[in-house]
Design a protein around this ligand. Structure first.
Ligand SMILES: *[C@@H]1O[C@H](CO)[C@@H](O)[C@H](O)[C@H]1NC(C)=O
Ligand SMILES: *[C@@H]1O[C@H](CO)[C@@H](O)[C@H](O)[C@H]1NC(C)=O
Length: 456
C-alpha cells in the first residue's frame, strides 16, 4: 500500500500497529539515529578536542560517574552527567509534536523529559541545543497530555512515586553524581522517526506513533540534558511500553559505529532488532542483582588470549552497557589477561597515563599497528557464546602514539563488572526481553544508520 498514506492515517488517529502494517514502511520494526555525545551533531560536541582528548574525556566521565573523584585532564568536561550516558536519540512528544534530544540509557527504567506548563518557567534553564531548537516540552500546548493519579497502574509502574497534594503521581530520580529530575508522572503520545530510506516511494519519512506512554514530566531538573530514554528491563521503560502497546515485541538492538568515524549508529526496534548476521552468538540474560539496578546482566565464563584460557572459579555476572566506556572485570580475571596479552604482543611498552585504569599501554601510532600483532581474543559468555574480539574492542587509541588496554579492574569505587562500549564497537547487539537473551554479531556499524548525522 502506498506509503504516502502514513500521514493521513496518523492524522485519523490510527496508531502504531496499523501504521507499519498498512504502509509497509517500517516492516514490523523501526530504527532511530543514535548519536554519540561527542560527535559533530551533538550539543556536547567540542570541535577543539582531538579524537584522543575526547576519548580520554569519555573514559574519565564514565569512571567519574561511578562515584569516584573526577579528574579533568583537559578542562573540557564541565558537565559530568553520569557514567551511563553516552548516546542521544530524538523523540517527538505530544500533539503537536515537540522534537527533543534525550540521552539513551539501557539501565534506566523511566523515560523523562523537561517539561513546562505554559509560561511557568522551568526551574532551571535547559542547555541550548544545536540550532537553538526548543528543548522543553510545554504540556499546556499538547492535546494528548494525560494526568496520572497516584493510585493508578501507570503510577505504580514507576519506582519510588508518591502522591502530591492533589493526588497526582509525582516522582523524583537522583543520580550518583548529584544530578536529579523530578516532576509528575503523566502520559503522552510519542512519535519516533524511522530511518530514511526504509521505504521507496515515501513522500514522508515513516514514523511510528505510540499513544499513552507513561513518562516523567520533569519540572525540576538538575541535569545536563533534556531527558533520558530508559530502555532497562523494567515495567516503565520505553522498551516494555512499546512491547505492551504494539506488536513489535520487547526487543531492541544497536550497532555502535567507531566513535571517531563521526557517523551515526542505529537503535532498532521490532523485527529490525533481530541479530541475523553470520557468526551471531546468543547468551542468556541472568537475574540482575539490586546492586546493578535494572541493567542487563549476562555471565562471563572465560576469556581467551591466543591459546591461553582464563576461567573464573565460578560464573561471574557482568552488565552489558552502552553507556560505560571501558570494560570492567574482576582482578582475578583481568590480571592473567593482561599477562597473556603482554606475553603475546611484541611492541614497545609505554608508561600508563593513569595506571589504576590502564594497566597495559604500548607505543603505537594507532590501532592499525596493534591490529597486526593482536592475538585472537575471545570472550566466552554463558550458554557457550563465544564473542570474537578485534583489536578495536580491546584497546583504545588514547594519546598520541599510545594505545592502552580498554579493560580496568572492578574496585570498591567502581564495583560493577561491565562490558563497555569500546568492546561493543562494530557489533550488532540485540536484547530480547521475551526470550531473555542478548545476541552479539560482528557488523560494520558505520553502515547501520543510512544517513549522515542530521541535526537540522
Ligand atoms: C497547568 O497550568 C494550568 C493553569 O495554571 C492549570 O490549570 C493546570 O492544572 C496545570 N497542569 C498541570 C499538569 O500542572
Ligand atoms: C600455544 O601454546 C604453546 C605452549 O603450550 C606455545 O608454544 C605456542 O606458542 C602457543 N601459540 C600461540 C599462538 O600463542
Amino acid at each position: 500500500m502506498a506509503c504516502t498514506m502514513c500521514g493521513a492515517l496518523l492524522l485519523l488517529g490510527l496508531v502504531l500497529i496499523l501504521t507499519p502494517l498498512l504502509c509497509g514502511c517500517t516492516g514490523g520494526g523501526f530504527s532511530v539515529e543514535l548519536t554519540h555525545r561527542d560527535s559533530p551533531g551533538s550539543p556536547f560536541h567540542d570541535a577543539s578536542l582531538t579524537p584522543q582528548a575526547r576519548w580520554l574525556a569519555a573514559v574519565w566521565r564514565s569512571y567519574a560517574g561511578s562515584g569516584s573523584d573526577s579528574p579533568d585532564p583537559d578542562g573540557a568536561v564541565s558537565e559530568v552527567v553520569s557514567g551511563s550516558f553516552e548516546y542521544f536519540m530524538h523523540v517527538n512528544i505530544g500533539s503537536p509534536r515537540t522534537r527533543m534530544l534525550a540521552l539513551v540509557d539501557s539501565g534506566s527504567d523511566l523515560v523523562w523529559l523537561r517539561c513546562t506548563n505554559g509560561s511557568a518557567s522551568p526551574a532551571s534553564p535547559p542547555p541550548a541545543e544545536a540550532g537553538g531548537r526548543s528543548s522543553v516540552f510545554d504540556l499546556s500546548s499538547s492535546s494528548t497530555y494525560g494526568r496520572v493519579g497516584c493510585q493508578s497502574d501507570p503510577c505504580r509502574s514507576v519506582p519510588g512515586t508518591s502522591c502530591d497534594a492533589a493526588s497526582f503521581c509525582q516522582y523524583t530520580y537522583s543520580y550518583l553524581d548529584g544530578s536529579s529530575s523530578s516532576g509528575l508522572v503523566a502520559t503522552e503520545t510519542f512519535t519516533f522517526d524511522d530511518a530514511p530510506g526504509g521505504c521507496t516511494g515515501c513522500r514522508e519519512r515513516p514514523q511510528l506513533q505510540v499513544p499513552r506512554v507513561t513518562f516523567g514530566c520533569a519540572t525540576t531538573v538538575h541535569f545536563a540534558g533534556n531527558g533520558i530514554v530508559g530502555l532497562a528491563d523494567a515495567e516503565s521503560s520505553l522498551i516494555n511500553q512499546i512491547g505492551a502497546a504494539t506488536s513489535l515485541g520487547r526487543r531492541f538492538s544497536y550497532c555502535l559505529a567507531p566513535f571517531f568515524s563521526d557517523v551515526s549508529s542505529a537503535l532498532n526496534f521490532g523485527a529490525r532488532a533481530a541479530v541475523t548476521e553470520p557468526d551471531a552468538v546468543t547468551t542468556p540474560m541472568v537475574q540482575h542483582s539490586s546492586a546493578v539496578g535494572a541493567y542487563y546482566t549476562v555471565e562471563i565464563v572465560a576469556l581467551r588470549v591466543g591459546n591461553t584460557t582464563v576461567k573464573l572459579p565460578s560464573r561471574s555476572p557482568v552488565i552489558v552497557d552502552s553507556g560505560t566506556v571501558l570494560t570492567y572485570l574482576d582482578k582475578e580475571l583481568l590480571d592473567p589477561i593482561v599477562e597473556a596479552l603482554a606475553r603475546s604482543i611484541k611492541l614497545p611498552r609505554k608508561q600508563s597515563p593513569k595506571p589504576e585504569l590502564f594497566s597495559l599501554c604500548y607505543e603505537a601510532g594507532g590501532l592499525e599497528v596493534l591490529d597486526k600483532v593482536f592475538p585472537g581474543v575471545t570472550l566466552e559468555l554463558g550458554g557457550g557464546a563465544l564473542v570474537t574480539l578485534k583489536a578495536e574492542n580491546v584497546f583504545v587509541d588514547l594519546l598520541l602514539r599510545t594505545v592502552c588496554l580498554a579493560m580496568a579492574p572492578v574496585t570498591p569505587e567502581r564495583p560493577v563488572a561491565a562490558i563497555g562500549n569500546i568492546m561493543q564497537q562494530n557489533m550488532h547487539v540485540g536484547y530480547d526481553l521475551d526470550k531473555r537473551t542478548i545476541t552479539f554479531a560482528p557488523a560494520d556499524c558505520a553502515k547501520s544508520y543510512p544517513s549522515p548525522p542530521a541535526f537540522v
